[in-house]
Ligand binder design. Structure first.
Ligand SMILES: [Fe+2]
Length: 294
């Protein structure tokens, strides 16, 4: 069965048919999915009840896994529930119990409810993220996506000129500070030093420009912090207006793949007494977008 994609939203996001993520993909299937990602930026694959190993194999069709053993990971391997190559975005601790409301890992996770692009705080930000929904709460827990190409296109000409050459500083510290979580260790503060990223990026395949925003962005080079924070807040509000947002309502075994270079996303609230077991594989970007001169 050939790969086909139907649109889920007027601006972006599509649902894929004809792909079985248990099986190795043919080069034609990989090419069709990549073309779909270039166009839709978010793709949904339904009824993919896959293992972690199958998710990793599926992900590797599209490039190298992101590896961040040395930078910016708050839970060390022995404290983790899942094996290498796949990140745990559940609300479970290493023993499979729902995390304490006071668990600082939970505080870090709560920050994902702010609009962001994965790993924008790393020198090489992520390309695609692939999230597998294994156990879905009965209420809430949508993932929302915003099309940052549409957001860029809708800027007025004056603002387009203003943002063109701006450079932002991204850090997990900024996004966690925004929810009042400032109790970071010296080691974490050292690991999360701000990383510079351009505010406008151009997609390598389509040439489309997009705003590279995230809650991790907390400064603009050459600007005062209050001026920068207000401008970033205004841009984020513009970029996440409802016309540019697709809200994904999870069904068990959905696999959702998004392009961090063209979208932002955020997690939505759910009943924390229920299990949410979602697991993410992440594809590394190609190279730093900008020289880090700090
Ligand atoms: Fe994320």
């Amino acid at each position: 069965m050939p790969v086909s994609i139907r649109s889920l939203h007027p601006v972006f996001a599509g649902e894929v048919a004809g792909v079985d993520c248990h099986q190795p993909l043919s080069p034609a299937e990989v090419a069709a999915i990549e073309a779909g990602m270039d166009q839709y930026a978010v793709l949904v694959f339904r009824e993919q009840n896959i293992t972690d190993e199958e998710q990793i194999t599926f992900t590797r069709h599209f490039g190298e896994l992101e590896s961040y053993s040395t930078l910016g990971h708050i839970r060390r391997r022995p404290e983790q529930r899942l094996g290498p190559g796949i990140a745990d975005f559940s609300n479970l601790d290493k023993d499979g119990r729902i995390m304490s409301v006071e668990d600082r890992v939970w505080f870090f996770k709560l920050g994902d409810r702010l609009w962001h692009s994965d790993s924008s705080f790393r020198p090489v930000p992520a390309k695609y993220s692939i999230l597998s929904g294994r156990v879905i709460p009965s209420w809430g827990a949508n993932t929302e996506f915003a099309d940052m190409r549409a957001a860029y296109d809708a800027l007025d000409e004056r603002t387009k000129a203003e943002v063109e050459d701006l450079v932002c500083e991204h850090s997990l510290i900024y996004s966690r500070e925004a929810i009042g979580f400032t109790d970071l260790t010296a080691e974490e503060i050292a690991a999360f030093q701000p990383i510079r990223q351009p505010l406008v990026r151009t997609h390598p395949a389509t040439g489309r420009k997009s705003l590279f925003l995230a809650a991790h962005a907390g400064a603009i080079v050459g600007w005062t912090i209050p001026e920068a924070r207000m401008f970033l807040r205004d841009l984020t509000e513009h970029a996440t207006q409802r016309d540019f947002v697709y809200s994904h309502e999870w069904r068990p075994y959905d696999l959702v793949m998004w392009d961090n270079r063209q979208t932002m996303h955020r997690a939505r609230r759910f009943d924390r007494d229920e299990v949410r077991d979602v697991r993410r594989t992440t594809l590394a970007g190609d190279a730093p977008l900008i020289e880090q001169s700090m």
